[in-house]
Design a protein. Structure first.
Length: 130
């Protein structure tokens, strides 16, 4: 195999196997909220942790009910809207809508998983900080 064929083959393989820009939509239901020791969080305390955690990462929040918070993240040309439902022990994050995240009903931009995972971590931190 000559050098040009090898290079061409390497380019084709890298294009075909390249970075996946979408992933199957992850599910974030009934995620346990971190607690410290025997402290028991109330529904209101978890709501405050959700709002503070979201704001710390640049999300905008709107309280829909005692157990629901709508959160919106705008980054560059992307927008993500999720509904966060919670009780005193768990949090669930459900996709609502998006702009420029390639959502097709099954798959979504891979960054979705990072943003939602970071949001869950921020909620835990705020809950532990009280």
């Amino acid at each position: 195999m000559n050098k040009l064929t090898f290079i061409l083959l390497a380019v084709i393989i890298s294009l075909v196997s390249g970075c996946k820009s979408t992933i199957v939509m992850p599910v974030y239901h009934d995620q346990p909220v971190a607690n410290y020791g025997d402290n028991i969080s109330s529904v209101k305390h978890i709501e405050k942790a959700i709002v503070k955690g979201a704001l710390s990462l640049g999300w905008k929040t709107q309280i829909k009910s005692d157990t629901e918070v709508l959160a919106t993240l705008n980054i560059r040309k992307h927008e993500l809207v999720v509904l966060i439902t919670h009780d005193d022990k768990t949090v669930s994050i459900d996709y609502q809508s998006s702009v420029n995240l390639k959502y097709n009903g099954v798959k979504i931009h891979r960054q979705y998983a990072n943003w939602v995972t970071n949001l869950l971590r921020a909620i835990d931190v705020q809950n532990l900080n009280g």
